[in-house]
Design a protein around this ligand. Structure first.
Ligand SMILES: NC(=O)C1=CN([C@@H]2O[C@H](COP(=O)(O)OP(=O)(O)OC[C@H]3O[C@@H](n4cnc5c(N)ncnc54)[C@H](OP(=O)(O)O)[C@@H]3O)[C@@H](O)[C@H]2O)C=CC1
Ligand SMILES: C[C@H]1O[C@H](OP(=O)(O)OP(=O)(O)OC[C@H]2O[C@@H](n3cnc4c(=O)[nH]c(N)nc43)[C@H](O)[C@@H]2O)[C@@H](O)[C@@H](O)C1=O
Length: 315
């Protein structure tokens, strides 16, 4: 990618898209193409085709998606399948039609079978049943991967795909019900401390294990792959380390200086017991994560608190 190339970041206002934007700007890329969902609904094929015809981007980071945690995925099943299917199909096809040099599609670790051998290698894909709570989302993401492969096979398109593990960081979604576990716990422990609540309830049994990668690390990996990877196979992006939800809750409790009790609500779903990614392909390509979980949670919490104050001052 040349510094003057036109680079479209689909989903630039999101946590990942925002991190990719920060990374590219820091590297001196000036010609960034950005649209909000209000300006361009990526589910609308005609609007996407017209946009690509008019703008002719050279590179595309496909970070736009309908995203949420286990409750959101399990509640809005049709939206998670339809929105993510349309976004992937519309952008990948328009990128082909308008001769985009290279496109990076972001999937997710939830594409792998619920009981895949751990750590999960990329060739585990489609070797077993998916986790029910996020099957619609996973199917849409798997379709995105397969679209990239098929356009490469038939047309020689340089469309690559990457599978990030659970992400967190600046600009995360802190919605009490629809967020992922880490932002949900940051908000819940913070609010419990500031309102003097005696306990914090964590969903599920606390026994599932999850891997977490800081969003700015992911952005660094995405730019690295855009520069250095032109293969057909998808690439896992993670830290190679995981912990239980109970251990995560204890960590967030300490970072937020909460001193009350942690309770578990086993009526809520645990989801996949474990989804630790095998990241040896990524490491062999020359990239490793920089930000460890403890540091990342402190950074994410500082961002959350700063946003809280700006919200209060804005009222
Ligand atoms: N967060 C996580 O833990 C993980 C995320 N991923 C993947 O990373 C990518 C980014 O996720 P994340 O940054 O967390 O998500 P966010 O929800 O923070 O951002 C998603 C972005 O997608 C845009 N978007 C959604 N629907 C539409 C639409 N119909 N038309 C146009 N734009 C749309 C939104 O635009 P706007 O703000 O303008 O409305 C938003 O900026 C996704 O592909 C996701 O699947 C993968 C693994 C884990
Ligand atoms: C990122 C990836 O993976 C996502 O799946 P997930 O990893 O299961 O998502 P999650 O972060 O919401 O839950 C992780 C674990 O944590 C527990 N848990 C405890 N307490 C809260 C809580 O308060 N909120 C949430 N959301 N989970 C909680 C929860 O019960 C579960 O055991 C997909 O939705 C999909 O988005 C995807 O692509």
């Amino acid at each position: 990618m040349k510094l003057t190339d036109k680079i479209y970041i689909a989903g630039h206002r999101g946590m990942v898209g925002g991190a990719i934007k920060r990374k590219l700007i820091s590297l001196g890329y000036q010609n960034l193409l950005l649209r909000t969902s209000g300006e361009l609904d990526l589910r609308n094929q005609q609007a996407v085709n017209e946009f690509f015809r008019a703008e002719k981007p050279d590179y595309v980071f496909l970070a736009a998606a309908k995203v949420g945690g286990i409750h959101a995925n399990n509640t809005y099943r049709a939206e998670f399948l339809y929105d993510n299917l349309m976004i992937a199909a519309n952008i990948i096809h328009a990128a082909h039609e308008n001769k985009v040099n290279k496109l990076l599609f972001l999937g997710s670790s939830c594409i792998y079978p619920r009981m895949a051998p751990q750590p999960i290698t990329e060739d585990s894909l489609l070797t077993g049943p998916l986790e029910a709570t996020n099957e619609p989302y996973a199917i849409a993401k798997i379709t995105g991967i397969k679209l990239c492969e098929a356009y490469r096979d038939q047309y020689g398109s340089n469309f690559i795909s990457a599978m990030p593990t659970n992400l967190y960081g600046v600009g995360d979604n802190y919605h009490p019900e629809n967020s992922h576990v880490l932002p949900a716990l940051i908000r819940r422990f913070h609010e419990a401390r500031t309102t003097g609540k005696p306990s914090v309830t964590v969903w599920g049994t606390g026994t599932p294990r999850r891997e977490f990668l800081y969003a700015d690390d992911l952005a660094d990996a995405c730019v690295y792959l855009m520069h250095h990877y032109d293969g057909k196979e998808t690439v896992n992006i993670g830290t190679g380390e995981d912990l239980t939800i109970r251990e995560l809750a204890e960590t967030v409790k300490a970072v937020t200086h909460y001193e009350g009790e942690i309770l578990f609500d086993s009526s809520k779903p645990d989801g996949t017991p474990r989804k630790l990614l095998d990241v040896s392909r990524l490491h062999d390509l020359g990239w490793k994560h920089n930000i460890d979980l403890q540091t990342g949670i402190h950074l994410a919490y500082s961002d959350f608190v700063k946003k809280q104050f700006s919200l209060i001052n804005a009222i």
